[in-house]
Design a binder for this molecule. Structure first.
Ligand code: NAD
Length: 403
């Protein structure tokens, strides 16, 4: 909300829009009695927050984590509204979650919990109303269960959820999509900065879905990826890491621990090392007022959601660091999810190349619009991204005339 307010102030946003956008449209709290494997019953608490449906059906992931609470889900739902509005998808924003630790639950228990959650929200979910997706602690497996449970009630409805397995109507190109979007927005930023990719170095924090794909695709563009990391620590090689080799190692060993192709460093060292580009693609709040001053990269591209705290923003802006904000940099995922939904509804499926051809202009147009706004308002790319999203939402609210 701090960033929303900053952007709203810059464009003198009318109070009625602030009031409408500032709160979620609907907040749903469900309690799910589920039989555990040991025969006992436990009630799990779940949430679904529909932040906005102004621009279309609400879209957003479902998180399974022990710390999930309503405040977090509300904040994440708002984030989705801004992200979808920014890239111009015909969606509003939502988020869901269940307070549970998926690591201590069996597959059968997780299936029963996911199906109970789907039944409890059967009147909320819908391909024209609210479309879930995976988030922390959930994957294509849970999406398949939601699709199946919902279709049992209403008949075959693959468009009710995205992030499904390819076999059940998922989209080609969804797995690399977010890392791919990070690469596309990085290349656009490099172009604006007038850098030669072949003379550019990069460090990537996080080597999961987003980080490993971003590193691989940036390497393909001629950028030297000198450092990567995961939860086990960082790995540095001055001459450039062989990203494909590191991915091979990860697939075999489950983590980067023991990777011999580079020197060991810490995650903290990676964040402040002497590189041109830093791609934080792991978790939130890794750059804060505690280390922002030491950051040496001149371009930060946020693969993760919220890796730079709002207090660090001011310090980095002052240093002249260009930040491609999360709602733009990692929007490749939701953009390809949109095409999954389009394919499900048409019953016609695209090749990976067709998906890229459709998604690329969306990401490039969004980047250019944010960059122009950043120049026009003399503000950070982050605030520019919020301005662009807010303008779209406010225009939609105004045209609806619903207040
Ligand atoms: P993932 O679980 O596949 O990978 C996370 C990576 O971060 C792993 O390599 C893990 O070891 C590493 N990590 C965890 N804790 C760490 C720590 N303390 N220090 C350094 N590394 C650490 O997750 P992902 O899907 O790649 O998502 C990463 C981020 O991107 C999250 O913030 C997520 O919300 C965001 N995001 C993901 C997508 C998507 O499509 N996957 C879309 C938009 C945003």
């Amino acid at each position: 909300m701090a960033r929303f307010n900053q952007a709203a102030d810059l464009i003198n946003l009318d109070q009625r829009f602030r009031d409408i956008i500032g709160v979620p449209e609907r907040v749903i709290n469900v309690n799910l009695p589920v039989k555990l494997d040991d025969g006992t019953t436990r009630v799990f608490e779940g949430f679904r927050v529909i932040h906005s449906t102004v621009m279309g059906p609400s879209k957003g992931g479902i998180r399974f984590a022990p710390f999930v609470d309503l405040d977090e889900v509300k904040a994440l739902a708002g984030w989705m509204t801004f992200k979808c509005a920014l890239v111009g998808l015909p969606y509003g924003g939502a988020k869901g979650g269940i307070t549970l630790n998926p690591k201590v639950r069996s597959t059968d228990e997780l299936e029963r919990i996911t199906r109970a959650y789907t039944r409890a929200l059967k009147d909320v979910f819908g391909e024209d109303s609210d479309i879930p997706a995976p988030d922390m602690g959930t994957s294509f497996r849970e999406m398949a269960w939601i699709f199946h449970e919902y279709s049992r009630i209403y008949g075959y409805t693959p468009g009710v959820v995205t992030g499904k397995p390819l076999h059940l109507g998922g989209s080609k190109g969804r797995v690399p999509a977010t890392g791919w979007g990070v690469m596309v927005t990085t290349m656009k930023a490099i172009e604006k900065l007038g850098w030669d990719p072949k003379q550019t170095t990069c460090a990537v924090q996080g080597f999961g879905n987003v980080g490993s794909w971003a590193a691989k695709l940036l390497e393909d563009q001629g950028i030297k990826v000198v450092a990567i990391s995961d939860h086990t620590g960082g790995y540095f090689r001055k001459g450039g890491i062989d990203v494909r080799d590191a991915v091979k190692f990860l697939k075999k060993n489950g983590s980067l621990d023991g990777y011999g192709g580079a020197e060991r460093i810490t995650n903290e060292e990676l964040l402040t090392m002497d590189v041109d580009i830093l791609v934080p693609a792991a978790i939130e709040n890794v750059i804060t007022e505690a280390n922002a001053e030491e950051v040496q990269a001149r371009l930060i591209v946020e693969g993760a959601n919220g890796p730079v705290s709002s207090t660090a923003d001011a310090i980095l802006d002052e240093k002249g660091v260009l930040i491609v904000p999360d709602i733009l940099a990692n929007a490749g995922g939701v953009t390809v999810s949109y095409f999954e939904w389009v394919q499900n509804r048409r019953g016609h499926y695209y090749s990976e190349e067709e998906i890229r051809d459709k998604a690329a202009p969306i990401m490039i147009e969004a980047f250019d619009r944010v960059y122009e706004t950043h120049e026009a308002y003399q503000c950070s790319m982050r605030i520019a991204a919020y301005i662009s999203a807010i303008k779209r939402l406010a225009t939609g609210i105004d045209l609806e005339g619903n207040f």
